[in-house]
Design a protein around this ligand. Structure first.
Ligand code: MTE
Length: 390
């Protein structure tokens, strides 16, 4: 068996120091400097995967996985680290990394993580939206390992009033003249659920067989399969069980759908949990110059999985949606995981764009258009790829 540091070396990671010393650097240099990423910001680090690299494998390698951070990576001494569990529990806990590894059953899940702001640039094309202008690469599929949130909560023992589980990160985000941690919360039933062999929520320490990289939450994060990425809190420090959703800014205000900035709209806006049905063409690239004849079109599709749905069908059109060709899948239909697809389609000199749409196993079809919203979340209309054919 390979030593952990040897594995890291072979996978191209150049920062084994944080493993040796327990201290992590301020940012994950390799991903930000990679030509395979579109970098939107270095500190805090925000980058997405270039679409041609994104669909090279069903499991997204760690160094190609998008990063969405609201503050610099916090410095965490792994040897001193404790995860605390408090609130509506019978026995508050303070758990070290060793206890997390040795005191609980180790589980893993393959799940797709995607940012609610993925494809925000398409909302912005209608009317400008502030925030990171994500194209379509703020998504990735990884094998996460760790312990189930249900096991942690069962160890603490839930009180009657337990209805929501809050997560608090150890990062420090500057907001309105103060500093806050990134926070999320999920309904208790999601926290305690199992979907077949898959836990509803994982308290993860590993990503694709390696310790979580610093940018992805080392040493501990939550992974909430099926929910927008914002509910999977990195650098997890605190779990609080409550009778209500978290008052943290990223639950109380951000990550809600509002169409106009009025007090009524904000009051009516519900908390975003599940990500929507989506599909994206990754090849050919936007603006590709093609020859008339058959062309291979390929990409990914993702279905919401709250009721076990998977992606059933992906169709591509070269004539604006009048006729559609069915794509073939190169990956299985597994809830909470994207499916990679491809199709050979004929194009001619009149072709100006390729359009893709997906259908899930409940029969829901991706809509041609979606309403604009103030924060540019959840864009999931048909995906258009402009091409020129000559
Ligand atoms: N957790 C903390 N502590 N701080 C953050 O800024 N960003 C969230 C979530 N968890 C965030 C966080 C958002 S918006 C997303 S989309 C995912 O992490 C991104 O996870 P990744 O960077 O590992 O891809």
């Amino acid at each position: 068996m390979l030593h952990r540091r040897e594995l890291l070396k072979q996978s191209g990671l150049v920062i084994p120091l944080w493993l040796a010393g327990g201290l992590i650097p301020g940012r994950n240099a390799f991903a930000a400097d990679s030509p395979d990423m579109i970098v939107h910001g270095r500190v805090p680090h925000n980058s997405e995967t270039r679409l041609n690299r994104l669909i090279e494998s069903w499991i997204t390698p760690n160094d190609l996985f998008y990063v969405r951070s609201h503050a610099p990576v916090p410095q965490i001494d792994a040897s001193q680290f404790r995860l605390t569990v408090e609130g509506e529990v019978k026995k508050p806990l303070s758990i070290s990394l060793a206890e997390l590894r040795e005191g609980f059953a180790q589980r893993s899940v393959v799940a797709t993580l995607t940012c609610a702001g993925n494809r925000r640039n398409e909302h912005s094309a209608v009317k400008e939206v502030s925030g990171v202008q994500w194209q379509a690469g703020a998504i990735g599929n990884a094998k996460w390992s760790g312990v189930t949130l249900a096991d942690v909560l069962n160890k603490a023992g839930l009180k009657e009033g337990a209805k929501h589980v809050w997560f608090e990160g150890l990062d420090q985000i500057e907001r309105s003249g103060g500093v806050i941690p990134f926070g999320a919360s999920i309904p208790l039933e999601k926290a305690m659920s199992e979907h077949g062999a898959m836990p509803g929520t994982l308290v993860a320490t590993g990503m694709n067989g390696q310790p979580l990289p610093p940018d992805h939450g080392f040493p501990v994060r939550t992974v909430v399969p099926g929910f927008i990425g914002a509910r999977s809190v990195k650098w997890l420090g605190k779990i609080i069980v409550s009778d209500r959703p978290s008052p943290n800014h990223y639950v109380a205000t951000a990550y809600r759908l509002v169409e106009e900035s009025t007090p009524e709209s904000w009051a009516a806006a519900s908390i975003l949990y599940d990500y929507p049905l989506n599909s994206v063409t990754c090849l050919p690239s936007q603006g590709a110059q093609l020859k008339p004849g058959p062309v291979t079109v390929a990409g990914f599709a993702l279905a919401p999985a709250n009721a076990g749905q998977t992606v059933r069908r992906v169709e591509v059109s070269a004539d604006g949606g009048q006729t559609w060709s069915h794509a073939e899948f190169s990956s299985p239909a597994i809830p909470f995981c994207w499916r990679l697809w491809s199709v050979k389609i004929g194009i001619d000199r009149g072709t100006t764009e390729l359009v893709v749409r997906a259908t899930d196993s409940s029969g829901e079809v991706q809509a041609e258009k979606v309403p604009w919203n103030l924060k540019g979340y959840m864009f999931n209309a048909w995906h258009h790829t402009k091409v020129s054919v000559s």
